[in-house]
Design a protein around this ligand. Structure first.
Ligand code: CTP
Length: 396
């Protein structure tokens, strides 16, 4: 995700400085190289050695440190950054940057960089709400500086309020977005994911093995690429992807209502949910007892995708087809019957494809007759491939 990206992190003097360690770990796990620089106050909270050990790189603390390469270090750091992050950013450093002050390694590097700068403030609530801080944040935002705004909660000083450093995941996601081309900016994308549950009685239901991994990966990838994403999700145990509006549903009928309501506003609809085709015709009011073997009559659920196909929407429609035989013929027939632009087909019997796995093996058929066969890919990587293909249809 962040392969070959260089993230320069300016650590400032706040108690949340220790949380940088976790951020560095996440960034490195995602493939980034991290370089830390510290203000003198930051060194009162954590040591340069901690950060150097985690980054595997020298941590710079002063303007006039001797370096082996005799390069002008703050300039070379400013140039190497794909993203420069200030975390935790104090009221003091935010004020200095807005005033154009560059009097140490961190502020000088910020002044010298052309990379996107992400500022994650953390401070006491009164300091954060101080009109001077608010004015500085507003003016810097207007100049194109990015912010991961603080959370509300219990603060180290004992107060409760706004000012706690944002969750590390939120800062990480904002860094990922700044490293990702925003090719879906301005587009509205609707994704469905997971199984549906069709009630039999108050304690039982019919469902399938879908875990929602593919749909959640698509929703997350679209949001990272700048789209405004709505995820209509059946019951799964995955965390909501950051920056995605999630609508939780249970049954196919609830999923239908949620999807049909949002559909007219969408540029792209990707239906990766495994919708139950049938539901019990009658849901028992009371728990069915085992001494009388029940006969469960089924009736058909609405075919949501087919209904979308008949709605004459402006959205690009992408469906999924899960087959166990005659993959190509059945997928193409579904694409035509449901009026889709693309269908992503997989054969459940192929190793590495289907429910619950982190990988999938798919072939994508498009209505212009083109066929793209993918090797076994991580669902996260496949999500981007599907979005890239679907984007072509949006601009057509
Ligand atoms: N789908 C839907 N509503 C349904 C059933 C399926 O919107 N009631 C969507 C799925 O989200 C998927 C596509 O239709 O994108 C194909 O689903 P699949 O289960 O493979 O096909 P079905 O149409 O159900 O056909 P069959 O069960 O006969 O293979």
């Amino acid at each position: 995700m962040l392969q070959e990206k260089q993230i320069v992190i300016g650590v400032c003097g706040g108690i949340a400085a220790y949380k940088v360690c976790d951020l560095v770990r996440m960034l490195k796990k995602a493939g980034a190289q991290c370089f830390c620089m510290m203000t003198s106050s930051a060194q009162e909270f954590i040591t340069p050695l901690t950060l150097s050990t985690l980054t595997g790189q020298k941590t710079v603390c002063g303007m006039f440190e001797q370096n082996k390469d005799w390069e002008v270090e703050h300039i070379s750091w400013a140039k190497r950054a794909d993203v420069l992050v200030l975390v935790p950013a104090t009221a003091n450093v935010i004020g200095k940057i807005n005033a154009g002050i560059a009097d140490d390694f961190v502020t000088t590097t910020v002044m010298a960089t052309k990379a996107p700068v992400l500022i994650a403030p953390a401070m006491n609530t009164n300091m954060f709400e101080n009109p001077i801080t608010q004015r500085n944040i507003a003016q810097l935002s207007e100049l194109g500086y990015h912010f991961t705004m603080p959370d509300e909660g219990f603060l180290a000083c004992g107060d409760t309020g706004r000012g706690r450093l944002a969750e590390t995941e939120r800062i990480f996601e904002d860094i990922v977005r700044l490293c990702t081309p925003q090719d879906l900016a301005g587009k509205s994308v609707l994704v469905t994911a997971g199984p549906t549950r069709e009630a039999v009685d108050p304690v039982r239901f019919l469902t399938n093995h879908s875990t929602g991994k593919m749909g959640y990966a698509i929703a997350r990838a679209a949001a990272r690429r700048g789209a405004e994403v709505t995820l209509v999700s059946g019951p799964v145990s995955l965390p909501a992807p950051y920056g995605v509006r999630v609508e939780q549903v249970e049954s196919a009928c609830q999923m239908r209502d949620a999807v049909i309501q949002s559909a007219p506003k969408m540029d792209l609809i990707i239906k990766s949910a495994a919708v139950a085709d049938f539901r019990p015709a009658h849901v028992a009011d009371q728990k069915l007892k085992k001494n009388q073997l029940p006969e469960i009559q089924l009736e058909k659920n609405p075919d949501i995708l087919q209904e979308l196909g008949q709605m004459k929407l402006s959205a690009v429609l992408v469906g999924f087809a899960m087959e166990t035989e005659d993959l190509e013929q059945r997928a193409k027939e579904k694409m035509e019957r449901k009026g889709l632009h693309m269908i992503v087909a997989n054969n459940l019997k192929v190793e590495g494809a289907g429910f619950g796995t982190d990988t999938n093996v798919v072939t994508v058929f498009s209505k212009d007759g083109s066929v793209k066969r993918f090797p076994k890919l991580e669902k996260t990587a496949l999500a981007d491939e599907i979005l890239t293909m679907a984007k072509e249809w949006i601009v057509r």
